[in-house]
Ligand binder design. Structure first.
Ligand SMILES: *[C@@H]1O[C@H](CO)[C@@H](O)[C@H](O)[C@H]1NC(C)=O
Ligand SMILES: *[C@@H]1O[C@H](CO)[C@@H](O)[C@H](O)[C@H]1NC(C)=O
Ligand SMILES: *[C@@H]1O[C@H](CO)[C@@H](O)[C@H](O)[C@H]1NC(C)=O
Length: 407
């Protein structure tokens, strides 16, 4: 009799436990008070295409000496704010870089320092846009749309014109003397381009550029990563007809673009999918897309050196727990609604901000891996440009540039 009662109680207790968990999960899922990092956002996580974590890490060489951190040099601290892309003109001047305050600036040497070279919109004013050190903080977010956010930069080495992919103003061009840039592509197929990110110029004058998402702009880019959504595109602007075309769609956070030396293919990164992709644009495989390399972290820009090899900037790194979330969209729905700060959620997944840069050949063979494991000179890397015996390393999130003598 006693035993029976006890059993009954146990079942009763368990039922309550299940009910409690169920209620807790429902509460978390509905997040009625918008306590989680997603706030009031309608979060739609989906499954995306990322290679198995263990397999990628096993095959990836490590830089145990953390050579980028060891030999890298922090430069221009608090003089440049979120310098994403670095470029040099046909007279060897530079670097030029796009900043979080909406300007494109260039380095004119020790005497003159940094000078404003171009802006992407006539809305730009010093009063609204110049926030110095605060440019890379959320204080700038509500001004970004007004001031512009130049990301990818490329010179046409013959004409001296600078092409700019701006996160809000699309594809633009400015002459060798700078000033206010002229918009080239702001719409495609009748709709505004929401998040232009990087570009490269084909020998025939056409410009290939990425549009990272058709749902989220740059300020909301974290949602693209968390959802794994794939609405990004590769676009092409043809100067003779002044028309813009969709080359590829359904991409998962397309980011950097680089055309090969012989113009037969281009490489682009898919940040959320942690991979480097190749699109053939000439020859027998014209139009075909291939995966060139699965990467241990989240790639940003790709830049070619004079030998025709490719530097890829990678934010580190993928982790085991992050892969579980990546493969289970429903788990992400719950996890990111927990009433805890995003930085803590990221930490709980073993995420730690540090930098890895890698040099690859056109078939994805790894030629060099340099790491900064402590984030000494670079915590979040956007681009690596090999020029004048150095690697110039940009970052979209911090206020400096790093350099490293190379080779
Ligand atoms: C680097 O460290 C890892 C793990 O500690 C080890 O397996 C690997 O052999 C090391 N590589 C080199 C080149 O020392
Ligand atoms: C940026 O911060 C550094 C030190 O943190 C300071 O020396 C510098 O004056 C600041 N610059 C601006 C423009 O606020
Ligand atoms: C340039 O070449 C690319 C790649 O083959 C092609 O898609 C594009 O239409 C060409 N542009 C012009 C203006 O001929």
């Amino acid at each position: 009799m006693e035993k029976k009662n006890f059993l009954k109680d146990e079942t009763f207790l368990q039922q309550h436990k299940v009910l409690a968990i169920f209620l807790f999960l429902s509460f978390v899922l509905m997040d009625p008070f918008h306590l989680g990092p997603l706030g009031e956002h309608e979060f739609r996580p989906v499954k995306h295409n990322v290679a198995p974590y263990k397999q990628v890490m096993k095959n990836w060489p490590k830089d145990n000496m953390s050579r980028l951190g060891l030999h890298g040099k922090l430069e221009f601290e608090n003089e440049v704010f979120g310098p994403e892309s670095l470029e040099f003109d046909n007279m060897g001047r530079g670097p030029y870089t796009g900043l979080a305050d909406g300007r494109v600036v260039r380095w004119m040497g020790e005497q003159l320092g940094w000078e404003t070279f171009a802006v992407v919109t006539s809305n730009w004013t010093e009063k609204t846009c110049m926030r110095g050190n605060d440019s890379t903080t959320p204080k700038q977010w509500k001004h970004e749309k007004t001031c512009g956010r130049p990301l990818g930069l490329r010179f046409d080495k013959e004409s001296g014109d600078l092409y700019i992919a701006d996160a809000y103003y699309g594809l633009l061009m400015v002459g060798p003397n700078g000033g206010l840039a002229t918009p080239l592509a702001t719409h495609v197929e009748g709709k505004p381009i929401l998040f232009a990110n990087d570009l490269d110029i084909h020998k025939n004058g056409s410009i290939f550029f990425t549009d990272t998402s058709t749902r989220y702009n740059r300020v909301a880019h974290f949602f693209i990563l968390l959802e794994g959504e794939g609405t990004g595109r590769l676009l092409r602007y043809d100067p003779p007809t002044k028309t813009t075309h969709v080359v590829l769609d359904g991409l998962v956070f397309p980011n950097g673009v680089q055309i090969s030396k012989d113009q037969s293919f281009l490489l682009f990164t898919e940040t959320t999918n942690c991979r480097l992709m190749k699109l053939w644009i000439d020859g027998p495989k014209d139009g075909t897309v291939e995966c060139v390399a699965d990467l241990p972290g989240f790639p940003d820009n790709v830049r070619m050196n004079e030998k025709g090899q490719f530097w890829v900037a990678i934010d580190c790194c993928r982790t085991g727990p992050q892969e579980v979330l990546s493969n289970n969209p429903w788990l992400r729905s719950i996890y990111f609604r927990l009433p805890v700060r995003m930085s803590l959620l990221a930490k709980a997944m073993g995420m730690k901000m540090y930098t890895m840069i890698a040099l690859l050949d056109d078939n994805g063979k790894i030629l060099e891996v340099l790491e900064d494991r402590e984030g000494k000179v670079m915590k979040l890397v956007s681009e690596v440009k090999e020029e004048k015996g150095k690697l110039w390393i940009g970052t979209v999130a911090h206020n400096h540039i790093s350099t490293l003598p190379y080779p």
